[in-house]
Ligand binder design. Structure first.
Ligand SMILES: [Zn+2]
Length: 117
């Protein structure tokens, strides 16, 4: 079990924006990046839909949901939805609403694309 929980050396995403956007009194720990949100959500999806058993999978799924939450702080609606999805899963192993999260991701991706044009 300890082996599966050892974090791998992470390569930083080359698409992550360099700027950490301060939000009121709370400054995010890292820049928001829609690509990373999608990556972590995808990893959580794989873990949760393959219906694997065991605490290690639960921890990894929760970890990925948290990373997605952490990387989406620039987009309050998506951030809140990811946070709620993680809390519900942690409280009652409730499946995240993948369809609605997907819709929000597509929306954010469009705004990010428009902003970078
Ligand atoms: Zn990134």
């Amino acid at each position: 079990m300890s082996e599966t929980l050892t974090p791998k050396q992470k390569k930083p995403c080359t698409n992550c924006p360099p700027l950490v956007v301060p939000r009121r009194e709370y400054t995010p720990t890292r820049p928001s990046c829609i690509d990373c949100v999608e990556k972590h959500l995808g990893a959580a999806y794989v873990l949760l839909t393959e219906a694997r058993e065991g605490y290690a999978y639960r921890l990894r799924a929760v970890g990925h949901l948290f990373e997605a939450e952490d990387e989406s702080q620039e987009w309050p609606e998506l951030h809140a939805a990811l946070r709620e999805a993680r809390n519900r899963y942690q409280a009652a192993e409730e499946m995240p609403d993948w369809k609605s999260l997907e819709g929000m991701l597509i929306e954010v991706r469009q705004t990010v694309r428009q902003a970078s044009v």
